[in-house]
Design a protein around this ligand. Structure first.
Ligand code: SF4
Length: 321
């Protein structure tokens, strides 16, 4: 191993940091949580043992709906980053063309299994890995959804408003940030945050048709992060969710009392997760401490199905069965 890689491996630490998605996985299935946050660790090394490497590869898989969301988010992020730097944004037709090419490439790379050698950077679909039958129409439908979302976004009043925003008023654009809650890191990634007169707006792009059950939790974390990092009073943080499938915008703020209750929930979730650690300081634990949910519906869409081998009856090695 070259010495700089060895040095990196020594420096890298699996640090505990709470997030809404971490909580979602923990509630969905504790064993899936272990695969996602502990079992994969070190799997990027080709010297890793076979199972760890496999967990690492499976961790990076994406499903079609998640991919649709990522492609749309990446595209919007790129445009807003350009706006914030005063760089001209391409015409919509060109953006759609580039995006379609990216999607075609993702599809080909995944179909040819290239993600197995390069899981971090080559797209890998759950549907390809587990041989879930997907018709060409369904793939086209995913691409059309991306097109529709982007056309809606670039034709919207929201986009016009962002174009009028001064570069210095863009506070965050899809970057990992964190705040401390009782000394524990909480990770957030805001789609975009802008300053408007006497308040801050946290923007949230949604490609799905329904708001997720943990949306209030997500928004509370965003509001608290802005409050802590930028010194903005909670009542001056506005959250705007732009539903790109329908073109509607929903705005809300969060009351101090609701925020307090939600932060208490986060404290409880952190305690539950850390209660399963063998060594809290070093964030170390064992697979056996994390139960398997073994619910067929959950397992058949779980990335780790083939390494977990849950007891859910026939067809566990092929999600389509
Ligand atoms: S296959 Fe099922 S039991 Fe195993 S990690 Fe996934 S959801 Fe949990």
């Amino acid at each position: 191993m070259p010495c700089y890689i060895a040095a990196m491996a020594e420096v890298l630490k699996n640090t505990f940091s709470w997030s809404v998605s971490r909580d979602r996985t923990f509630r969905e299935c504790p064993r899936q949580y272990w695969f996602n946050h502990y079992g994969f660790w070190g799997g990027w090394n080709f010297e890793a043992d076979e199972r760890t490497r496999e967990i690492y590869v499976l961790k990076q898989l994406t499903s079609r709906p998640t991919w649709v969301g990522s492609v749309v988010h990446d595209c919007i992020r790129h445009s807003i980053e350009n706006l914030s730097r005063g760089i001209p944004v391409l015409p919509v037709e060109r953006i759609l063309e580039i995006t379609r090419n990216r999607m075609r490439n993702d599809y080909r790379v995944s179909r040819d299994g290239l993600y197995r050698d390069n899981p971090k950077y080559a797209c890998g679909f759950f549907e390809h890995e587990y041989r879930v039958p997907v018709t060409p129409e369904q793939w086209r439908d995913s691409a059309d959804t991306v097109d529709r979302c982007l056309v809606t976004f670039y034709a919207s009043e929201v986009w016009d408003q962002l174009k009028r925003t001064r570069p210095g008023d863009f506070l965050e654009i899809e970057r990992f940030s964190n705040f401390l809650l009782d000394g524990v890191g909480v990770t957030v990634k805001l789609d975009c945050a802008t300053r408007e007169t006497d308040h801050v707006v946290v923007w949230d792009w949604k490609t799905g048709r329904r708001e997720g059950a943990d949306a209030p939790l997500q928004l509370a974390c965003y509001a608290f992060y802005i409050h802590q990092s930028y010194g903005v009073p909670i009542h001056r943080v506005k959250m705007r969710r732009f539903e790109l499938s329908g073109g509607t915008v929903h705005e809300r703020t969060i009351a101090e009392r609701e925020l307090t209750e939600i932060l208490d929930y986060v404290r409880g979730s952190i305690a539950d997760m850390q209660g399963l650690l063998d060594d809290r300081e070093r964030n170390l634990t064992h697979e056996d401490r994390f139960s398997k949910v073994e619910r067929r519906e959950a397992c058949l869409r779980c990335n780790f199905l083939k390494v977990c081998a849950p007891n859910i009856g026939p067809g566990v090695h092929n999600a389509s069965a």
